[in-house]
Design a protein around this ligand. Structure first.
Ligand SMILES: Nc1ncnc2c1ncn2[C@@H]1O[C@H](COP(=O)(O)OP(=O)(O)OP(=O)(O)O)[C@@H](O)[C@H]1O
Ligand SMILES: [Mg+2]
Length: 227
């Protein structure tokens, strides 16, 4: 079923940082959200999560850094149990193993604390936690920007493979147009609290219409920068 939210908005300290925004998300959709820093991407992501949860949809969030999701003083096993308990799910070793295998973290030692795992493994663990409740929508806020490009690409490929047989939709907030080009079919461009462009990724990347999309596309490759 297509999920739709209308009139998402946000005002902070008397300033509108998200103007009324409507979004529809089809099952299994791959949507990218790009825009300059401060344009409102994370604000929209959070507003979207709140609105979808209010509708009773299952939504999960993956933050930019595993530090935001993992307490350095708690063992990985604790975090996993907490993720299950937060959704009211009983511990299911088979489900855990399937997710760990899919994200290639089955060799991780759950008795260790986050710093006993590599950063890439921590982030894949956080993604596995987000998938525990088979969400309808997975909102990922720059999920690979703290990882090296090879690990980042591998992580997204593993996630895509896992999702390919499921209905979970993905909203991917990113600064990386290369990642968006590879992973999302639809691209939304934000500028100053508004979605200024929304279309098939290849159209937006090859024929951007708005000034901000043109600027993003022009600067997508360091090798092409004039400085
Ligand atoms: N609690 C707050 N109080 C005041 N202003 C805020 C608050 N939260 C966000 N803002 C402002 O709202 C704007 C949008 O912030 P947001 O974090 O959504 O941008 P973003 O596109 O995710 O940026 P980035 O790419 O750097 O993560 C920014 O100008 C930010 O400073
Ligand atoms: Mg942000």
């Amino acid at each position: 079923m297509t999920l739709s939210v209308c009139g998402l908005s946000a005002v902070r300290s008397g300033r509108t940082i998200l103007f009324p925004t409507d979004i529809s998300i089809e099952p299994g959709a791959r949507i990218g959200l790009v825009g300059a820093s401060g344009s409102g991407k994370s604000t929209l992501g959070h507003a979207l999560i709140d609105a979808l949860q209010d509708q009773g949809a299952r939504v999960a969030h993956v933050p930019q850094s595993p530090d935001e999701a993992l307490d350095p003083l708690r063992r990985m096993a604790f975090h996993w149990r907490e993720a299950e308990q937060a959704l009211g799910l009983p511990h299911d070793a088979a489900r855990q193993h399937a997710l760990f295998r899919a994200l290639k973290i089955e060799k991780g030692d759950l008795r260790k604390r986050p710093w006993g795992w590599s950063r890439g493994m921590q982030q894949r663990f956080v993604i596995a936690m987000a998938l525990v409740g088979s969400p309808d929508v997975l909102v990922m806020d720059e999920p690979t920007s703290a990882l090296d490009p090879v690990v980042a690409a591998r992580t997204m490929a593993l996630l895509e493979e896992y999702l390919s047989t499921r209905q979970t939709a993905m909203v991917l907030i990113t600064h990386d147009l290369g990642l968006a080009a590879q992973r999302v079919a639809r691209l939304m461009v934000m500028d100053a609290g508004r979605i200024v462009e929304d279309g098939p990724t290849s159209d937006v990347l090859t024929a951007p219409q708005s000034a901000v999309a043109k600027s993003l596309c022009m600067h997508r490759n360091w090798l092409e920068l004039p400085c």
